[in-house]
Design a binder for this molecule. Structure first.
Ligand code: AMP
Length: 510
């Protein structure tokens, strides 16, 4: 194989060039033949701009079919695709560009002026990529260069271990790290997910996730592409658009918030979803309650899976067996997963909570230019320390109980926030909750419950109701009410924001 990732992702599609690849919101359709041509045009444009094999191409643009073609063009030219969250500020961009030293930085046309000096300082060329509506003007842009370039390109040869992408982790603690993903990391995971979730050329995936993140770019796009399936490629999740396009789709991938938003809409019912083959959820925990509510309304059991930027997908609930609410299923074929004791690093028996470690062809090859960090997060036998805490039940289902850094240690006792959150969520009137540890003068850390309520609730009543359900040391010392929990674009609750906001709330207590 010349370029394992490009060739592997498109083998099925390019063998059927007339088959549909994308349905776009402006009514245009893209065939797999178009993908072959457009990726060649972008690869040619990149090479003309000096991109050589191994060069990084950093991209901070709105989601569009051209952005996806730029990803494929970069891989085809032997480059390393480096997508950046559209929410990043110029000072964050400066960090990424100085760290990754991309050959080219591609940004939104409206941001070029503000970012040109930053790119120049990092030694990167700057290009723009607009969202090209049919007939739209993109003079001087990379879209333009690609359009003018040849639709033929001799795909650059790569080895399975060569880098295909770098994705920066969200970096809620310390510096954001660039996870280096090889051609084979991405290809092997796409193959596994296609087979495990039964994607075929007959599928139409409703694609509403961002493509600067592993979920939308790799889990969704790569899996659909390698199956030769079509995608309804929408700029973002929007309830109206979902209901508009749902009749044409066979599958949808989402983060938990998508499902709670759909549940909040009266149109979600059995009839509208009966033709759907698959709904998946990931990137953040799907409440068992949401899973059940979705099944009650639609008869569909959401398939929850677990992974991270560094590992691609590691576990999944079964396609045919029981999709168990509140769990992330079993290790995927080829992936080994174990739970170890955080202190002794010894594997733990089933049912005990510890740190999740994974090993397999899905696991990244290290953090960009951080050999020490890389070494610290791998065991000698090749397992990657995910930092997530979880357990394996007697049937083999994996449950995530939270991030290690969210663990609360109060008076020497370990408290898993998830357990307290589940107890809070069961109380009448509580919509959802997040539990964090904040400084406590006596216990080191104390438990604080942050609650979204559907009606005014009384703190003392909630605290009282928890007394029978939770051991004393797990009970929140304070419960505060908020209108909504702070979440990032992938639907993850930002516990660091809550910890900062309520940092002083227990300072006067004892
Ligand atoms: P990211 O690298 O942005 O994809 O974030 C990965 C992290 O998201 C994981 O380490 C988990 O903490 C969390 N995560 C992903 N999927 C799930 C899931 N199904 N349930 C709970 N947490 C999840």
């Amino acid at each position: 194989m010349t370029n394992p990732l490009f060739d592997g992702l498109l083998a099925t599609g390019l063998a059927r060039p007339q088959s549909r690849f994308a349905i776009l919101p402006d009514g245009r359709e893209y065939t797999y033949g178009d993908v072959g041509t457009a990726s060649a045009r972008f690869a040619n444009a990149l090479v003309a701009l000096g991109v050589e094999p191994g060069d990084r191409v950093a991209v901070q643009v709105d989601k569009s079919i051209d952005a996806l073609m730029l990803y494929l063009g970069t891989v085809r030219a032997g480059g390393v695709f480096l997508p950046l969250n559209t929410a990043y500020t110029p000072s964050e961009i400066a960090y990424f560009l100085n760290d990754a030293k991309p050959r080219i930085f591609v940004c939104d046309p409206a941001r070029r002026e503000g970012l040109a000096a930053i790119a120049a300082e990092a030694g990167s060329g700057i290009e723009t990529l607009g969202v090209r509506a049919a007939g739209g003007d993109n003079t001087g842009s990379l879209n333009d260069r690609a359009e003018a370039a040849s639709g033929d390109f001799a795909t650059v040869a790569r080895q399975p271990d060569d880098l295909a992408a770098i994705l920066y982790t969200s970096g809620t603690t310390g510096r954001s790290k660039g996870a280096m993903l090889t051609q084979d990391n991405l290809l092997s995971n796409a193959e596994v997910l296609r087979d495990f979730w039964r994607f075929t050329a007959d599928d139409v995936l409703l694609h509403v996730l961002p493509i600067f993140h592993t979920h939308g770019l790799f889990v969704a796009s790569n899996t659909a592409m390698i199956a030769g399936a079509a995608m309804i490629f929408l700029p973002k999740f929007d309830v109206e658009q979902v209901f508009k396009y749902l009749p044409q789709a066979t599958a949808m991938m989402g983060v938990p918030t998508f499902y709670t938003r759909l549940l909040a809409d009266g149109r979600l019912d059995r009839e509208r979803t009966a033709h759907m083959r698959l709904f998946t959820s990931g990137s953040a925990p799907l409440l068992a309650e949401t899973h059940r509510a979705f099944e009650d309304r639609t008869g569909q059991r959401i398939l929850e899976r677990y992974g991270m930027t560094e590992t691609n997908m590691s576990t999944s609930n079964p396609y045919e067996g029981e999709r168990r609410a509140g769990t992330v299923g079993f290790p995927l074929p080829g992936v080994s997963l174990r739970i170890v004791d955080a202190d002794s690093t010894k594997p733990l028996p089933d049912g005990e909570i510890g740190v999740i470690e994974v090993k397999g062809p899905n696991v990244f090859c290290g953090y960009w230019q951080m050999p020490e960090k890389t070494a610290a997060e791998f065991r000698a036998d090749g397992y990657f320390i995910t930092g997530d805490l979880g357990l394996i039940d007697p049937q083999g289902y994996v449950t995530i109980v939270g991030r290690g850094k969210d663990l609360i240690i109060s008076g020497g006792f370990n408290i898993y926030p998830k357990e307290v959150e589940l107890a809070l969520d069961e109380l009448p009137g509580v919509v959802e909750s997040a539990v964090v540890g904040v400084p406590h003068p006596d216990f080191g850390e104390g438990v604080v419950g942050v609650v979204v309520a559907e009606r005014p609730l009384d703190e003392a009543e909630l605290t009282g109701a928890l007394q029978e359900r939770l051991a004393r040391f797990k009970q929140p010392k304070r419960i505060v009410f908020v209108d909504e929990l702070p979440r990032n674009t992938m639907g993850k609750v930002q516990k660091n924001v809550l910890r900062d906001r309520f940092a002083d709330i227990l300072s006067g207590t004892d």
